[in-house]
Design a binder for this molecule. Sequence first.
Ligand code: 13P
Ligand code: SF4
Length: 317
Amino acid sequence: VEATPEWAAEIKRLARERNATILAHNYQLPEIQDVADHVGDSLALSRIAAAAPEDTIVFCGVHFMAETAKILSPEKTVLIPDERAGCSLADSISAAELSAWKAEHPGAVVVSYVNTTAAVKALTDICCTSSNAVDVVASIDPDREVLFLPDQFLGAHVKRVTGRENLHIWAGECHVHAGINGDELAEQARTHPDAELFVHPECGCATSALYLAGEGSFPADRVHILSTGGMIDAAKAAKSNQVLVATEVGMLHQLRKAAPGIDFQAVNDRASCKYMKMITPAALLRCLVENRDEVHVDLETAAAARGSVERMIAIGN
Ligand code: 13P
Ligand code: SF4
């Protein structure tokens, strides 16, 4: 199946026919982003899914994102074009591991990044995304211990910004972002002295981006630690005509659309998430024709997880 104009027209017709809205994450293939009704980061898509008037949500993203939509709207049909689209970060902590960690820190507030399974969210007090993690942690009584999971680099970023000592961080990581390392970034910074730098906080290099800024080898006002949605806003406000982007390469498509006059370059052009790329034009067509794969979250788990997701949606942006 090719992403032709006929394919796009058929996708839109099928979606309308069954009263479905198509959501696509910023890391999806360009052709999937272009046919979607809404493109955004995890938090924006959660909000859109929760408020959508349609009966069916077709989630072009990875499984935990579709699960989050189902948790928020159990009465809606949530479809993902390929249920094998997982996430190495969400897989880095299980519900059993979280239960054991909680037992070691009785009374701690559990903050989970939205990249977690429904079973982990059911054991969580507040979920967060990369765009509101700092606000979520800042909203918690400073005297309470916080367990932050699963991403160690986002955790380190939140700890640095909030200055919070009683924040314990799980040692998980996303294989795509962990692979964008400090050496590569330093080299790019050195060879592009006038470029601005957008860094996703899941990157293994987020720490070195700040270090470089502090060292003066890369001026602090040129380094921005941002969620994928935050990168779009920053692109519109960028002062330089070149931006180095440290995140999954799917991001470049929306950035180039948002600011066509800017030269966006990937810090690591091999940083591609194989799970995000499982949502192909063929998979999306099959999804709408055959109503699959449907996402199910058992009612008890969804009920236990809902509060933590609703708190995430209510805090920050
Ligand atoms: P955002 O919340 O910034 O969209 O990131 C989601 C994600 O999966 C990052 O790898
Ligand atoms: Fe998960 Fe990483 Fe892929 Fe994002 S880029 S969906 S965190 S594996």
